[in-house]
Write a protein that binds this ligand. Sequence first.
Ligand SMILES: [Zn+2]
Length: 410
Amino acid sequence: MSKKYLYLNLIFNVMNKRNLMIILSFFFVFISFVIRIIGSLLTGNIALIIESLHIFMDVFITLTILIVIKIIYSKQSMKFPYGLFKLEDMVSFILAIIIIYFSFELIFNNNYHNISGMTVSSIFELISVIPLVFSSIYKIKASRLFNSPSLKNDGIHTFADIVEGLFVSIGLYLTNYFGVISYYFSIMIAFIALIVTSYLIGKNAILSLLDLPHDPNLKIKMMGLLKNVKEIKNVKDIRFRWAGPSVFVEIVVEMDPRLTIDEAHPITENIENMLKNNIEGIYSVTVHVEPVKRNDFKVLIPLSNENINSEIDSQLGRANYYAIFEIKGESIKYDIRKNNLISKENLVGVDFIKFLLDENVTDVICKNVGDIIYGLLVSRDIYCWYFDGKNAEEAIKMLIENKLKKFKIQ
Ligand SMILES: [Zn+2]
């Protein structure tokens, strides 16, 4: 390995890829600046002087963006709850304003009467565009590695400068043949190109700064993902906050009111991870859980006698009677049945569950439950509530008011 190669290799290793790209993008902008400045000094062409100033401003803009990126990802800014991501939007916004300023500068402060040295100026302008192509490519590549939209916007801006530079160059050249008119025309096109760039850069920045939605499809995409979460009964609200490259999400979902905090918490955590994994740029997800209102449910309570006021039977599968309450909104009806399984010798659990499924029972309230029946209830999504009072109607009242606790078998 030659010494020179070793040296180069060392440089590549020491600097990480993204920093190298930034340095290259600066290098090419600087080359472009030097070409324009030399052209300006040789010809005194006002258009070239303004174009040199433009490049000078561009270097300043890129430097500002890099400083902002450094600040955003510093430990200090990570201490803020929403980071300092909006600094990027501020820079993009200022960038958009600067471009508008230069666009008008180009239009109104050009000395159209000084049309000498047009061919030489045109050649200088044309050559100065070539390094801008490389600079634009490196900026966009680096923006991906930095995950920075303002750097990407800067790359797009440089790309627009290429188009603009070409038009200025053509305009300068054609002035030799068509006079001032061709110059006006080319500069107008360059002007429009710059305004469009400014709009592209400024639009998302303003939306972020005002907390307005960037992308209406994101809500639709998120709704689709949330639909796959079986515990979510209804998505009440989704809110986004865009800040630089990051999106902060707040969602309000309705879940079964019978879920305890212990049960709901891992579900919300799964929702957070699922959204982060499926949608790019999500920085944080906050899930608010609200209970969905249950309108219809059917509740079984074991009774010791064929009377609604009789004591709740301490057995479930082998209770004497069952009270089956049908609750539909405000209306509560009940029905008392004799337990036909009481005489059965074994495997009462399986028949009992079959009975519950046939009756479409959604909840069971009891004093005791055996391991086998409990397991079968859980597997069939039938909720099992603990109640140690005496009266079935009181138990129903407590269930509706969400005051009962679920059975837990360790
Ligand atoms: Zn520019």
